[in-house]
Write a protein that binds this ligand. Structure first.
Ligand code: FMN
Length: 218
């Protein structure tokens, strides 16, 4: 794909097909993403992939927690302030307020997709050391974006979701992540189920007007 196509295709996928993604393809994507910039080349990221039995075990345990309404306990929520400024808060509220609109009163599709872990054939968990400055969170975001664009370039769909890191103890157990690392984010990866209603492009939310985020001074 050319860059324009890759970038335009960057929207999330909330339902994957059952087709498995070759282990080698995922490893190649992650290896290429290592080229991402980071503060003083610190490269604080690590990537833990789960597939097969480990993935099935994780999905089952996470769904059970959701069913039992176990309180989410993300590592980043403990590490970073959740005292959001009004600008992102109002952007999120706008999304929330229009969710019934962009999901055409089908919010259950969104909920079900999250609960079934998007039927993902593989998940990449991204970590940084617990002992990290905020810069490392920034670096991890860049690394994540590289992974997603590289995956799209190979014809894959991507699903970054904090719902997959709501229970870091489960992530640690199934992906074998050491205690001294924070489980920052997860990206599910697979082939897009084009027949799934939840993936219908009508559900793609709009962006904030450009003039609200851009200012030039000469
Ligand atoms: C850090 C992060 C966390 C997200 N968490 C979730 C999630 O838990 N569940 C979900 O369905 N979507 C999640 N998303 C997807 C966003 O809702 C989505 O990217 C946004 O609404 C814009 O839609 P688009 O990417 O399809 O254009 C997350 C995205 C990011 C970057």
């Amino acid at each position: 794909m050319n860059f324009k196509e890759v970038f335009q295709n960057e929207h999330v996928t909330r339902r994957f097909t059952n087709r498995r993604v070759p282990e080698k393809a995922i490893a190649e994507i992650i290896e290429k993403a290592q080229q991402s910039p980071s503060l003083l080349n610190s490269q604080p990221w690590r990537a833990y992939v789960i597939m097969g039995d480990a993935l099935e075990g994780f999905k089952k345990a996470a769904a059970e927690n959701m069913d039992n309404k176990v309180k989410p306990n993300e590592d980043f929520a403990a590490m970073l302030s959740l005292d959001w400024d009004t600008f992102p808060s109002s952007n999120m509220a706008m999304m929330g307020a229009s969710q019934s609109f962009f999901f055409r009163n089908k919010l259950h599709l969104f909920t079900e997709a999250n609960k079934t872990t998007f039927n993902a054939p593989a998940i990449i968990f991204l970590t940084i050391p617990k002992k990290s400055p905020a810069w490392s969170v920034f670096d991890l975001g860049i690394f994540a974006q590289s992974i997603m664009l590289l995956a799209i370039n190979r014809g894959l769909g991507i699903m970054p979701a904090h719902s997959m890191v709501s229970y870091p103890d489960l992530v640690r157990k199934y992906a074998r992540i050491p205690e001294d690392e924070s489980v920052g984010m997860a990206i599910a990866i697979g082939y897009i189920d084009k027949n799934a209603e939840v993936n219908d492009p009508v559900f793609i939310p709009k962006r904030v007007p450009f003039n609200k985020i851009y200012k030039i001074t000469k």
